[in-house]
Design a protein around this ligand. Structure first.
Ligand SMILES: Nc1ncnc2c1ncn2[C@@H]1O[C@H](COP(=O)(O)OP(=O)(O)OP(=O)(O)O)[C@@H](O)[C@H]1O
Length: 267
């Protein structure tokens, strides 16, 4: 069920500037949410762009045994969908048309003839899954930031990928919509989708992800289950904060930040 992603000795960068260097991970398994975390400028978005094929990568990169680095962009786009941080522009398209447009414009669907009625049916199903049918006919220009983020997620879901890469999909959402989106992604993962999400909210990552990858300065700091990776030592080293990590009564991790980590100068 689902395709596992394997990353070995991966380098991703911009021209000669290397951002991700020598990254080797445990197999990123389908069927659960993997959260990619780390401080600002750690290289999280760069890694997702490299995985999606939007910028060059070198090393070893396979999805379900397919060598992604040897694949044409169109073939790779049929397997992988990337939702960037940037939200849909303030265009005059309605939400429904924006979802249909995302399907038609993708390299993944070029050359295929899918009847418009079928694409429309799919778009309505995605809107229902995300609980946003009420804004189906609203112009995107009139939506709030959070609503536009839901539309961006809907556009990504239109392409039915094997690997879904999401760059901070909950950053503009209120608490209820965060839960709804994470629950929807968890349900998709349970159906066999491989879901990799960049998240800044470590409590959200701990609650919903099966596996965490902690990046620091373009390198792997640690990976594993949330309870193994979110520790005071990791928070001090990677985020430079002093924090306590506790279990709430429901068994979920809670992070209480006390302040900046002591700099540890000479005593
Ligand atoms: N288009 C680009 N060209 C050159 N360097 C870039 C480009 N985009 C990002 N970088 C650099 O790559 C490094 C990692 O940036 P990236 O956006 O991947 O980090 P991030 O972990 O996603 O950060 P954030 O949490 O702030 O979104 C940064 O030093 C940044 O300046």
């Amino acid at each position: 069920m689902g395709l596992d992603l394997r990353i070995g000795n991966l380098r991703v960068g911009y021209g000669r500037r290397t951002i991700i260097e020598g990254l080797t991970l445990e197999p990123v398994r389908a069927g659960g949410i993997t959260a990619l975390v780390g401080p600002n400028a750690a290289g999280k978005s760069t890694l997702l762009r490299g995985l999606a094929g939007l910028i060059p990568a070198q090393g070893s990169l396979t999805l379900g045994g397919h060598d992604l680095l040897k694949m044409e962009l169109a073939a790779r786009s049929r397997l992988i969908t990337f939702m960037p941080q940037s939200l849909p522009q303030r265009v005059t398209l309605t939400v429904l048309d924006a979802l249909i447009g995302a399907f038609k414009a993708s390299p993944a669907t070029q050359g295929a003839v899918t009847p418009l009625a079928e694409v429309r049916r799919q778009a309505v199903a995605v809107l229902e899954r995300l609980g946003i049918t009420d804004i189906a006919l609203s112009p995107i220009a009139e939506l709030s930031g959070g609503q536009r983020q839901m539309v961006a997620l809907g556009q990504a879901l239109m392409l039915s990928p094997q690997l879904l890469l999401l760059d901070e999909p909950t950053s503009a959402l209120d608490l209820r919509h965060q839960v709804d989106v994470m629950a929807t992604l968890k349900a998709l993962a349970d159906e066999g989708l491989n879901v990799v999400i960049v998240l800044h909210d470590l409590a959200l990552a701990a609650r919903w992800a099966r596996h965490l990858i902690v990046l620091d300065h373009g390198r792997l700091h640690s990976e594993g289950a949330p309870a193994e990776t979110i520790t005071p030592a990791m928070l001090a080293k990677v985020y430079a904060i002093s924090a306590r990590v506790e279990n709430c009564s429901r068994g979920f991790l809670q992070i209480a930040v006390d302040g900046p980590a002591p700099t540890g100068g000479p005593s």
